[in-house]
Design a protein around this ligand. Structure first.
Ligand code: DX5
Ligand code: ZN
Length: 218
């Protein structure tokens, strides 16, 4: 299903009310819930791990899209699968054996995703496409919400679209997605939009007017 999907990132949600935040954004029409896992090593920030995913699972009735910004990633794949992740995305920059990591994710019955940092060329995924269900193009340097969209990535999205051809692979955009930047990446071929600060604003429960204005307007 290649229809446009909105995947709010709970990195910008109220950490003291995460379950309620997930329920709120789903009630307001979120298609997926994007869970940003950070280890303070692969990225200069630290968020939460498998236990948070397990705690949120009962509050997420749609796709739990887990973005692992951790290195090494292999020791944690099984834990996130068991915690209830539906999609597990890993960074090829996080280690030398991404091909095997994707095999492991698929072997656990989960969808496998690749997330590429802004400086990472598309070549790295050339021999990984048969094992991939989603490619996430980072349009900010990972680690934080509320950053400025990196426009150089739009051409990369266009090229990725051509590279994928008719394979059933989602093109997800992550970082700095707003009503202004969203149309640019949708036009380039993206079909899943992650948005944190555009949805949650200052980190309180996703206000309908904020959520409705910023995202549903796309
Ligand atoms: C950044 C995360 C993104 C981030 C998006 O490392 O991967 O998902 O939460 O936040 P905004 O939409 O505020 O740029
Ligand atoms: Zn993310």
């Amino acid at each position: 299903d290649r229809s446009l999907k909105i995947a709010p990132s709970i990195l910008s949600a109220d950490f003291a009310a995460m379950g309620a935040e997930c329920e709120a954004i789903e009630a307001q029409g979120a298609d997926w819930v994007h869970v940003d896992v950070m280890d303070g090593h692969f990225v200069p920030n630290l968020t939460f791990g498998p236990a948070m995913c397990a705690a949120l699972r009962p509050h997420i009735h749609t796709v739990m899209d887990v973005h692992l910004m951790i290195a090494p990633v292999d020791p944690f794949i099984e834990a996130f699968a068991k915690a209830g992740a539906d999609i597990i995305s890993v960074h090829p920059e996080a280690g030398p054996h991404t091909h095997r990591t994707l095999q492991t994710i698929r072997g656990l019955g989960k969808k496998a995703g690749l997330a590429l940092n802004p400086g990472t060329p598309l070549d790295v995924i050339e021999y990984l496409l048969d094992l991939t269900d989603l490619v996430c193009i980072m349009t900010v340097n990972p680690g934080f919400g509320g950053q400025k969209f990196i426009h150089s990535q739009i051409e990369k999205v266009r090229r990725l679209k051509r590279m994928i051809g008719d394979r059933p692979i989602h093109i997800e955009i992550d970082g700095g997605v707003t009503p202004e930047t969203a149309p640019l990446v949708v036009d380039a071929g993206a079909n899943v939009l992650v948005a944190g600060s555009a949805v949650f604003g200052g980190g309180s429960v996703g206000q309908p007017e904020v959520y409705g204005r910023n995202i549903r307007a796309i």
